[in-house]
Structures are given as C-alpha cells and as structure tokens.
Ligand binder design. Structure first.
Ligand code: G
Ligand code: G
Ligand code: MN
Ligand code: NA
Length: 253
C-alpha cells in the first residue's frame, strides 16, 4: 500500500502522467475542449491501462487521493494559475466510482477554486458502472454538479446493458457515443442507423452528442451528417503530452 501511495504524489518520481486529447465542434472544426487520460509506462510490465491504474487506486482506498493528484497535475500541466483559461474550452475528467458520492459536488467546488479553474470549464464524464449504484443518489449528485455550473457527460454510451435507462433517469448535458459505433460509419448502414437514432433521442432530450474514436475523414463527415455535435479521435489528434497540449493552448489563449 505504501508503494501505491507513492504513485499518487505529484513529485517527479511519480510514474503516472496525464495526456490530453482535444475535442472539436463538427460544424466549424473549432476546438471545444479536451479529455484528460492517465498513462503509466512501467519499465518491466509496459503500459498499465487506465482501468488497472484506477482500480489499483480504488482497491487501496486511494480514490480521493488519486482525484486530488489528477486536479493538481492538470493545474501544473496546463498552467492554470499562470495564464487565463480560454472560456470556450472545457476540461473533461473521468471519474472513478469511489468519489462519485454525495460529497463530490462540494469537494469539487472547493478544489476548483484552489486550482483556479471556473466550474463552467469543467466537464465530468460518468459511466454506467459509476451511475449504476443507485439512480436516486446519482440524480442528486448530477443535479448538485449542475447547480455549481459543472457539465456532466455520459461516457462510453452504448457499451453497457441499460444505456437507455441512464439517459432517461439522469439529466446529463452530453452523451459520448462509444467508438465501436463510429467505426466504419460511412460504410456500414447498421452503424449509421444506430448513431442516427441515438442522436435523435439525445437532441429530443436536449442532450448534445460527442462522437468518440473518429479515425478518418469519412467517419467525421458521416458523424457530422448524422447530427453529432462534437468529435474526438485520432483523426484530429492522439492524446497529447502536456507540452504539446500547452502549445495548442497557446493558440487558443
Ligand atoms: O486512453 P485510453 O483508451 O487508454 O483510456 C481507456 C479508459 O480509461 C477510458 O475509457 C477512460 O475513460 C479511462 N480513463 C482514462 N483516464 C482515467 C482517469 O484518470 N480516471 C478514470 N476513472 N478513468 C480513466
Ligand atoms: O473514456 P473513454 O473510454 O471514452 O476514453 C477514450 C479512449 O479512446 C481513450 O483511451 C483514448 O486513448 C481512446 N481513443 C481516442 N481516440 C481514439 C481513436 O480515434 N481510435 C481509437 N481506437 N481509440 C481512441
Ligand atoms: Mn471518457
Ligand atoms: Na469512452
């Protein structure tokens, strides 16, 4: 456990680092924000997946410690207290289950003040696994986040077992269609049918739609044609190291 504690500090010896993948508006190709993704390149075992990293943290009671580290790292990587944050960009973070509690909104609110990021510029991504625990409680948490001005997205949409009930029960602002639905979108009629209907349903509910995992121009064109609002994927950019993201931000600031 002391080993995993060491992983969570913000020091130079911490093997964890963050990468940043930009998102774009499909109608004008302008950057709308970025998703923060964790990385760990182990000298012996190679790349440790984010799922393994966050499970390691969770299983050692370090969910909160991890979240603190993440926000601190973002502040540092993106120079939040040195430069004004562009108000048209949102930073999206993925939440792990143990911090999705009724205390989350207050905690985030005070942490955001400390790192100098306005609540309106934060987006939290929740998955079904997280929201699953209890609808009533999840609804409460999402509502409290909204009161603070934080945006909420339902991530990996379409991969779980009861996606539609989550869309019905939780008042999310965005829905991220899983990349498995975007693959070969231009060539596969069945893929298009799914995306078209997800978009219709979402827009009817006033939820905006992100197409994840766009890898080609043809997929982008089709995602736009089917009404998706934003896109994310290797076609635009791989997840970028902090340094590369700072360079891009320089153009937005
Ligand atoms: O970038 P990559 O494909 O390796 O990410 C795989 C998954 O890991 C994604 O679904 C993403 O939501 C999740 N993930 C990445 N970074 C984090 C993180 O910091 N916290 C949590 N809880 N999940 C993350
Ligand atoms: O949280 P989530 O699972 O949605 O995180 C997005 C994941 O998808 C990250 O692990 C990221 O590395 C990965 N990813 C981002 N763009 C692409 C893409 O164009 N193709 C593929 N295959 N994966 C992508
Ligand atoms: Mn995500
Ligand atoms: Na996802």
């Amino acid at each position: 456990e002391s080993i995993s504690m060491g992983l969570m500090d913000v020091s130079i010896s911490n093997p964890l680092r963050l990468v940043y993948q930009p998102l774009y508006a499909l109608n004008c190709r302008e950057m709308t924000g970025m998703e923060v993704l964790v990385r760990w390149q182990h000298p012996e075992f190679g790349a440790i997946s984010p799922l393994e990293i966050t499970e390691l943290a969770e299983n050692n009671g370090l969910g909160q410690t991890y979240a603190n580290w993440l926000l601190e790292r973002i502040r540092h990587d993106l120079q939040l207290d040195e430069l004004p944050w562009p108000s048209h960009l949102r930073i999206a973070i993925n939440l792990s289950p143990s911090i999705f509690t009724t205390q989350l909104p207050q905690w985030l609110d005070s942490r955001l003040t400390q790192i100098g990021l306005p609540a309106a510029q934060l987006l939290v991504e929740i998955t079904e696994t997280i929201a699953m625990v209890e609808f009533k409680r999840s609804q409460f948490i999402v509502n409290e986040l909204h009161k603070l001005g934080i945006t909420v997205a339902l991530d990996d949409f379409g991969t779980g077992y009861s996606s539609l009930s989550y869309l019905r029960e939780l008042q999310v602002d965005k829905l991220k269609i899983d990349k498995s639905f975007i693959r070969q979108l231009h060539a596969d009629k069945k893929q298009r049918m799914f995306v078209r209907h997800i978009v219709r349903l979402s827009h009817y509910l006033d939820v905006s739609v992100v197409a994840e995992g766009i890898e080609t121009e043809a997929e982008e064109r089709m995602a736009h044609k089917l009404g998706c609002d934003e896109g994310q994927g290797y076609y635009y950019a791989r997840p970028l190291e902090a340094e590369a993201m700072r360079l891009r931000l320089g153009q937005e600031r």
